[in-house]
Design a protein around this ligand. Structure first.
Ligand code: DGL
Length: 271
């Protein structure tokens, strides 16, 4: 049994989609969440900048005594996972492999779409992983760079004409390719599930990166004897690198729970 918390990070709100899944499937675990809200979005940045940010995010989280880290960010997982795993002596789980495995279980026609940030699409990581796991799969990857800034600005609700217009413009050509499965390769995108489903239609199954990685984390903790006492109720603490107010408001709506601890602001440049 291991009572230490799990660290989870993202550039902003997106990683909360993984936190929501973790709260459901591992309700007994304590979580420390960091959202790098001062530097969001990560998605258009270079590999070098992303690695620098990711190292700082991990250093901040490791100021706590953690048992594992979940990179609840597609952009960091696709560009920096190997380096972070090499540099750190604790288990670090990313989102790419578990999400690809799920997509391959779901697809019937072996035509899989993947939407994510520019950096994730440029990295080729989702495509390479899908092909490694199933050489016959056809993959269509598409960056949707406007999605993250819109979500961070609260524009993710059905009926919002801005997000609905942007979604149609990005996704209608993708729908026309005949995919039956769509990977939401950025952890912000599940906040747009209703909007994305409305364009893609019921015949396309959405696979969410945050959710699948939460299941992977659970398997990893179990395999390594790192689960905590299953009879307890875990708590989550939230840290951000800019104004906590906006984050808290959206976080409590999204997680459907009042945050027991208010989000705290830290200076990420010190790490
Ligand atoms: N939510 C992150 C991802 O999964 C980062 C998005 C961003 O900051 O651009 O890619």
């Amino acid at each position: 049994m291991d009572m230490r918390p799990i660290g989870v990070f993202d550039s902003g709100l997106g990683g909360l989609t993984a936190v929501r899944s973790l709260r459901q499937i591992l309700p007994e675990e304590d979580l420390i969440y960091f959202g790098d809200t001062a530097r969001v979005p990560y998605g258009g940045r270079s590999k070098e900048t992303l690695l620098k940010y990711a190292r700082q995010d991990v250093r901040f989280l490791r100021s706590f005594d953690l048992k594992a880290i979940l990179i609840a960010c597609g952009t960091v997982s696709t560009t920096s996972l190997d380096t972070l795993q090499r540099e750190n002596d604790l288990p670090i789980v990313g989102v790419v492999e578990p999400t690809c495995r799920r997509a391959l279980l779901v697809t019937k026609n072996k035509k899989v779409g993947m939407i994510a940030t520019l950096a994730s699409v440029r990295s080729g990581a989702y495509e390479a992983t899908l092909r490694r796991l199933d050489p016959e799969v056809e993959v269509q990857c598409l960056p949707c760079p406007l999605f993250v800034p819109l979500v961070e600005n609260g524009r993710f609700r059905p009926g919002d004409v801005v997000i609905e217009t942007v979604a149609r413009e990005y996704l209608e050509p993708l729908k026309a390719t005949g995919i039956d499965t769509l990977i939401l390769g950025c952890t912000h995108y599940p906040l747009l599930t209703d909007i994305i489903s409305a364009v893609m239609g019921p015949e396309v199954t959405l696979v969410s990166a945050g959710e699948e990685s939460a299941f992977e984390l659970k398997r990893m903790l179990k395999a390594n004897g790192l689960r905590t006492d299953e009879s307890r109720r875990g708590e989550a603490e939230f840290y951000v690198s800019d104004r906590p107010e906006d984050f808290e408001r959206i976080a409590s709506v999204f997680l459907q729970e009042d945050l027991r601890h208010t989000a705290r602001r830290i200076d990420i440049d010190q790490y």
